[in-house]
Design a binder for this molecule. Structure first.
Ligand SMILES: [Zn+2]
Length: 268
């Protein structure tokens, strides 16, 4: 393997980890913001219920006061009936009293309805209180966790960045280092990753087969081989290919299609 490439493989591991950490650091505040919105929504829903309860309570106070007034009116009218001197007067007062009693009945019904509604609203208030408490608890827990994770990620990122910078410096010192780094940077900008393992005669990044000659070159460990002298790339995706003999154990080797067919024929 080209000496630069061996280091670029490690650099890519660090680069991927650095990206993962940066992504997580960026994503966690968004997660917390979404939970804040959710918590605020539960508070808003509870406020609606509390408002309905307050309106119903005000309605009942008004009804009770009106009913008390009407009862007084009925009492007064009753006294007027007692002292009335003509049948016309008695009729008029009785009519008044009947009307007031009907009003009292109507308002008492309305009050009863309001009280029944009030029970349902109290149940809703209980649920809304639970939802508010639960959302607040979740928010607090996730906020703490996000803060801890971000702090830990920043420490890890500083360490990974330190390794990346040191490794790039080391790569740049070789004769071909600067060129290798700029190739690496160009491919990773375009594709996300610049280095791909060749395994089972395939590029593991794009899954394209590697032609036999190139595959042999990649696996050639000698110091003057193609893969030791140049940075070999995948003909399909353009990533730099490397071969790790330790990963390519005999049982993982690709069986040629012909021999699979042959073995099927033999087993028949
Ligand atoms: Zn490829």
């Amino acid at each position: 393997m080209h000496t630069d490439l061996a280091k670029l493989v490690v650099l890519q591991v660090h680069d991927i980890e650095a990206k993962r950490l940066r992504d997580e650091i960026a994503a966690l505040p968004k997660l917390v913001a979404a939970l804040e919105t959710k918590a605020a929504a539960t508070v808003g829903q509870r406020a609606v219920v509390l408002d309905l309860i307050a309106k119903d309570e005000a309605l009942r106070r008004r009804l009770e006061s009106d009913i008390a007034d009407l009862r007084l009116k009925v009492e007064r009218t009753q006294k007027k009936i007692d002292v009335a001197t003509t049948a016309v007067q008695v009729n008029a007062f009785e009519h008044e009293a009947t009307f007031a009693r009907a009003e009292i009945n109507r308002m008492e019904d309305e009050e009863l309805e309001s009280m029944e509604r009030g029970e349902a609203l109290e149940a809703q208030r209980g649920l809304a209180d639970e939802a508010v408490a639960e959302a607040a608890k979740t928010l607090e827990r996730e906020r703490d966790r996000a803060a801890e994770t971000i702090a830990r990620d920043r420490t890890l990122l500083a360490e990974v960045d330190r390794k990346r910078i040191a490794l790039r410096k080391e790569i740049a010192q070789s004769e071909t280092g600067e060129a290798s780094l700029s190739t690496y940077d160009r491919i990773s900008r375009g594709k996300g990753t610049a280095v791909s393992e060749a395994l089972n005669q395939k590029c593991t990044a794009c899954q394209m087969m590697i032609r036999p000659q190139r595959w042999n070159d990649l696996r050639d460990n000698s110091a003057d081989s193609e893969s030791a002298l140049t940075l070999m790339t995948c003909e399909n995706c353009g990533r730099m290919l490397y071969y790790d003999p330790a990963r390519d154990s005999p049982d993982r080797k690709l069986v040629p299609v012909e021999s699979i067919a042959a073995s099927i024929v033999r087993s028949l």
